[in-house]
Design a protein around this ligand. Structure first.
Ligand SMILES: Cc1ncc(COP(=O)(O)O)c(C=O)c1O
Length: 382
């Protein structure tokens, strides 16, 4: 019997949320990729004021000109000459990603995606009728893909490659040389680059390596205020590109997805950018301290090996417990009061890993790590 569209039936609910439903009130949660801070107060005040001032209407589809211009200026560090025509405001990074796949992918075409992955990419490509093809980002290569692995996947129907650095879930970041070889790969095969850079300001050695400013005009950058300004609930993101022809297709598509973004909220984000521009650096400093703490603790535990990420808000250690898969280990941890995500929720090569989001205080990280240590000792019979 014909019920729902093949599109709806072909996608599955995300595995990442599965553990949440099982968590108790006093569980220490390393589960959510959501900064535990509030947005800058100037932004909250500006939001109130904007509503009082009557900014409760539709905006133009691409967003408030002043916000688009401000965003363009903030990228001039990487690429001179950007202006508002290079920016489309979206209702989150999530919305930006769907827009790009809808704009770029025909049924029957394929997109190369990282694995382990942010679990939205594949279903987005499926929704567009495309094929999701995964390139490995291996632990032994510090989660950076190898060009030979990319070459093996490509065929005449490959239209785009998605890069995500700093990465969710691995925390992997690029050097300039690595970025250049990934760029060269895309250029040789004439692929669109979708670069998901939502963690661009949460980097620990001061430098984000971007695909903006490279000598290639098929680069589309996804960004969001969710992580860098702790505004996950505000749902504002954007697409930025030097390719103005692509931008006009993207803006056209955006109209049919959501007409425009929230009016007052865009004023609030503008205030954050203008008056609290150092906020992302302040939270990045705190995340670095937490990262150091959690990595040091994890590496002292039996059967655990953890790289020290240079960005984002996650660690993705290998956790080896004989006879148990990552979901079983995560369930044991949950019984002992710690919530984390099984690596398998981020793709098959995530098996054998756990993802910990260090989006809780250092005190809670320490308490949580005491519990993880005790559980792993118990499971390993130590
Ligand atoms: C890599 C990555 N991209 C995009 C997003 C989407 O962020 P948002 O939709 O909140 O802007 C997330 C959120 O977790 C993410 O981790």
């Amino acid at each position: 019997m014909r019920t729902f569209s093949d599109r709806a039936l072909s996608i599955q609910p995300t595995g990442v949320r599965k553990m949440f439903d099982l968590a108790g009130d006093d569980t220490i949660s390393f589960g959510l990729g959501e900064p535990d801070f509030q947005p800058p107060k100037v932004a909250i005040d500006a939001f109130h004021q904007a509503m009082l001032d009557g900014h409760n209407k539709y905006t133009t589809t691409a967003g408030l000109p002043a916000l688009r211009e401000q965003i363009a200026q903030s990228w001039n560090f990487y690429q001179e000459g950007l202006d508002q025509s290079n920016v489309c405001i979206t209702m989150s990074g999530t919305n930006a990603l769907l827009n790009l796949f809808l704009t770029l992918v025909n049924p029957g075409e394929n997109v190369l995606l990282p694995e382990p992955y942010f679990p939205l990419y594949g279903p987005d490509v499926t929704i567009c009728g495309g094929e999701d093809r995964y390139y490995p980002c291996k632990f032994e290569n510090e989660f950076i893909p190898k060009i030979e692995d990319l070459e093996e996947l490509i065929d005449e129907n490959t239209v785009a490659i998605l890069y995500n650095f700093p990465s969710n879930p691995t925390g992997g970041t690029l050097t300039d040389a690595q970025r250049d070889s990934l760029l060269d790969f895309a250029r040789r095969h004439d692929l669109w680059i979708i670069s998901d850079e939502v963690y661009d300001r949460i980097v620990f050695d001061g430098k984000h390596v971007s695909f903006m400013g490279v000598d290639y005009d098929k680069v589309l950058i996804v960004n969001s205020f969710s992580k860098t300004f702790a505004m996950t609930g505000w749902r504002i993101g954007y697409i930025i590109s030097t390719n103005t022809e692509a931008m006009s297709q993207i803006i056209k598509m955006q109209y049919y997805i959501t007409a425009c973004s929230n009016d007052a909220m865009q004023y609030a984000v503008l205030a954050a950018m203008e008056k609290a521009s150092d906020y992302p650096d302040l939270i990045a400093k705190e995340f670095k301290e937490r990262c150091d703490l959690i990595v040091d603790r994890l590496n002292e535990m039996p059967g655990v090996e953890c790289h020290k990420p240079k960005g984002a808000i996650y660690v993705f250690p290998k956790v080896n417990v004989k006879g148990m898969n990552s979901e079983e280990v995560a369930l044991e941890l949950l019984k002992d009061g710690v919530l984390c995500s099984p690596g398998s929720a981020f793709g098959p090569s995530g098996e054998g890993h756990l993802r910990f989001a260090y989006t809780i205080s250092k005190e809670d990280i320490s308490r949580g790590m005491d519990k993880v240590e005790a559980t792993l000792k118990r499971l390993n019979g130590l």
